[in-house]
Ligand binder design. Structure first.
Ligand code: 6MZ
Ligand code: ZN
Length: 353
C-alpha cells in the first residue's frame, strides 16, 4: 500500500514536470485508444491491437518494428484518419505535460492514402491549428520526414515540399527528419537533398548510427553537420563506434535525441542500464529524452524520464535540469526558447511542492 502511494507520487512528479518532446513519429505515436477507433473504422482489415504495439517486457527485432509501422499505415490511410491521429496524438502529449512538441511524419505516396504529399502535410498542419484553437497548453511544430528507403529523388522532392511549407506556415514547419529502416539505402545518396535543405534554412534531425553498420555513413552525414541526431546508438567507441565520430558530435555541439524504451524494445540496446544516455550525459553533452514512437513502444514521455532517473540514479533536480536544458535544443527561434524558459520558471514551485 505504502509503495503504491510512493509510486503515485513519483508518477505525479514526472507528469507535472514540464517537458519538451523532440523525437516523435506521428504514426508510431498512435495510442491504444486511437487504434481502437481506427480498427472499428476498418474491421475488414482484421487487425488486432497486438499487431500495432509492443507491450511491457516484450522485445522485437528492429526489422519486426518496421513491420508494425506497416500495419499502422494500413489503419491510417485517409485524410480523416490522419486528422484524427494527429489531433489525438497532440492532445495526449499535452495531457502528459509536454509543453513543446516537434512532431515528424513521412508524407506517403498518393496511392497509399488518396492524398497528395502536399495534402498530407496540410492535414497535419490543420490538426496542429485545431489543437491550438482548443487552447491546449502545447506549442506544436512539424518536421517533414524522409524515409531513406525511397531514395534520392523522393528525398529531393520532400525537401522542396518542406521548403514550401517552411515559407508559408510562419514557423510551423521547421525542418526535416531522416528516418526509416537504417539497414536500407545509403546516406551518401541523400547528401545533395540534405545539403539543399540546410542551405535553404531547414533544420536537420537525422537518425544516425541506429545500427552498428553505419559508421561510414554517420561520418559523412556529420560533415553537414546536422542540427540534431536521432539515437546515435553506435557512435561511441565502447560499442564499435569511434572517437573521431564522438569528436565531431562534440565539436559541433549537436544534441542527441535519446529514446530508451524504443532502443531496448527494438533490441539495439541490450538493457536500460547499458543505454548510451549514460555515455553522453556523463560527458555533459546535450541529451534530450524522447519517446520515438509512444504508441508502438507503449510508453509516454513521463515514463521515459522516470526510467532514465531510476536507471541512472538522477535526482529530481537533475531531472528538472534535463527537461529544462532540452529547451536549448528545439528548432524554434530564440523568442520561443525564452517563452518556454519563463514557463518552466513559473511551474517549478508547483512541480516541487
Ligand atoms: C524505431 N526506430 C526508428 N528508426 C527509424 N525510423 C523510424 C523509427 N521509428 C519510426 N520511424 C519512421 O517513422 C515512420 C512512422 O511514422 P510516420 O508514418 O512517418 O508518421 C516509420 O515508417 C519510419 O519511417
Ligand atoms: Zn525515430
Amino acid at each position: 500500500m505504502f509503495k503504491l502511494v510512493m509510486d503515485n507520487e513519483a508518477d505525479v512528479f514526472y507528469r507535472e514536470l514540464p517537458k519538451v518532446e523532440l523525437h516523435a513519429h506521428l504514426n508510431g505515436s498512435v495510442s491504444f485508444h486511437t487504434i481502437e477507433k481506427l480498427i472499428s473504422r476498418k474491421p475488414h482489415l482484421n487487425i488486432e491491437h497486438g499487431m500495432t504495439a509492443i507491450g511491457k517486457g516484450q522485445r522485437r527485432t528492429l526489422d519486426e518494428c518496421f513491420q508494425v509501422f506497416k500495419v499502422v499505415h494500413q489503419l491510417v490511410d485517409t485524410e480523416e484518419d490522419i486528422l484524427m491521429v494527429a489531433t489525438d496524438v497532440i492532445r495526449e502529449f499535452a495531457a502528459d505535460g509536454v509543453k513543446y512538441l516537434e512532431l515528424r511524419s513521412t508524407p506517403r505516396e498518393e496511392n497509399k492514402t488518396g492524398l497528395t504529399k502536399k495534402r498530407y502535410v496540410e492535414t497535419v498542419i490543420k490538426a496542429i491549428k485545431q489543437c491550438k484553437s482548443e487552447g491546449l497548453d502545447i506549442d506544436v511544430r512539424f518536421l517533414v520526414a524522409i524515409d531513406r528507403r525511397n531514395g534520392a529523388e523522393v528525398a529531393m522532392e520532400t525537401v522542396k515540399l518542406a521548403e514550401e511549407f517552411m515559407l508559408s506556415t510562419d514557423g510551423l514547419v521547421l525542418g526535416l527528419d531522416l528516418s526509416g529502416d537504417p539497414t536500407v539505402g545509403h546516406g551518401k545518396d541523400l547528401l545533395p537533398a540534405l545539403q539543399r535543405a540546410k542551405d535553404c534554412g531547414l533544420k536537420l534531425s537525422l537518425h544516425l548510427s541506429e545500427v552498428p553498420s553505419q559508421l561510414e555513413e554517420s561520418d559523412l552525414l556529420l560533415n553537414l553537420p546536422p542540427d540534431r541526431i536521432g539515437h546515435g546508438t553506435f557512435l561511441h567507441p565502447e560499442v564499435g563506434g569511434s572517437q573521431s565520430l564522438v569528436d565531431k558530435v562534440v565539436a559541433n555541439n549537436i544534441p542527441l535525441e535519446l529514446c530508451l524504451t524504443s532502443n531496448v524494445k527494438g533490441q539495439t540496446v541490450p538493457c536500460y542500464s547499458e543505454h548510451h544516455f549514460k555515455f553522453w550525459y556523463q560527458m555533459g553533452h546535450p541529451s534530450v529524452i524522447c519517446t520515438d514512437d509512444k504508441g508502438v513502444f507503449s510508453t509516454d514521455l513521463s515514463q521515459e524520464y522516470q526510467l532514465a532517473a531510476s536507471t541512472f540514479g538522477l535526482s529530481r533536480e537533475a531531472v528538472w535540469n534535463l527537461s529544462q536544458q532540452a529547451i536549448d535544443c528545439i528548432f524554434a527561434p530564440d523568442t520561443v526558447k525564452q517563452q518556454l524558459k519563463q514557463k518552466w520558471l513559473a511551474l517549478k514551485p508547483q512541480v516541487f511542492k
